[in-house]
Ligand binder design. Structure first.
Ligand code: AMP
Length: 213
């Protein structure tokens, strides 16, 4: 089973993906995580990605598409959960043909619906562990020791793209480039809309109920 999470930045894709990873046999494929890892490792790809990400812009399609193709090619038999990819109609078309070449297909696309106001609150209060990616927020989910990850002891930071100016840019980019995917996947007969103002365990159950019919 291959499923895809759509939604504004801060809609809760990463948190729902965590529920999936913990409760199902599925590979979480997050292009954002892949880029952050490359940035952390200071690779050539990381440097390139950072020059876009820190401004709230999208990394060019050619770069992102090839990363996805090479991951899927390694093992097309696994179940994948796409999170943050595709983000443009061009990427969605690429994904469709890359999956078809590998004998794969998407089984469902879930649009996590939420307001701009809520995502601004969520993103500006979000903090992440630099080492393991664990997500915290300053409103109601702080680590036990300030600045130190409960899970791995890593340093907790605010992502550069979670600063106010970058959030505004990311929402603009979402509206211009990613939102058209809702219509694209509705036309493909794959789209389901879910209420992403809910907490992630409840949202995960909603998605599971739709999957199980
Ligand atoms: P995310 O963690 O999914 O919010 O991604 C963080 C940032 O990585 C985005 O704001 C983009 O700059 C970049 N990024 C992630 N996925 C993609 C993608 N599919 N296409 C282009 N850029 C991406």
């Amino acid at each position: 089973m291959n499923i895809l999470l759509l939604g504004k930045p801060g809609a809760g894709k990463g948190s729902v993906a965590k529920e999936f990873k913990e409760k199902m046999n599925i590979v979480h494929l997050s292009t954002g995580d892949i880029f952050r890892n490359e940035i952390h490792e200071k690779t050539e790809l990381g440097l390139l990605a950072d020059s876009y990400i820190s401004k709230g812009l999208l990394v060019p399609d050619e770069v992102t598409n090839e990363i996805i193709r090479s991951v899927l090619k390694k093992d097309p038999t696994k179940n994948y959960l796409f999170d943050g990819y595709p983000r443009t109609v061009n990427q969605a078309k690429f994904l469709k043909s890359a999956m078809a070449e590998l004998g794969m297909k998407l089984d469902g696309v879930f649009d996590l619906e939420t307001s701009d106001e809520l995502v601004i609150v969520r993103l500006s209060s979000r903090r992440v562990c630099k080492t393991c990616g664990m997500i915290y927020n300053t409103r109601n989910h702080n680590p036990k020791v300030e600045g130190v990850c409960d899970v791995c002891g890593g340093k907790i930071i605010q992502r550069a793209d979670d600063k106010e100016e970058a959030i505004k840019e990311r929402l603009k980019v979402y509206n211009a480039q990613t939102k058209p995917l809702i219509e694209y996947y509705a036309n493909e007969g794959l789209l389901h809309s879910v209420d992403s103002t809910k907490d992630s365990p409840e949202l995960f159950e909603d998605i599971l109920n739709i999957i199980n019919g």
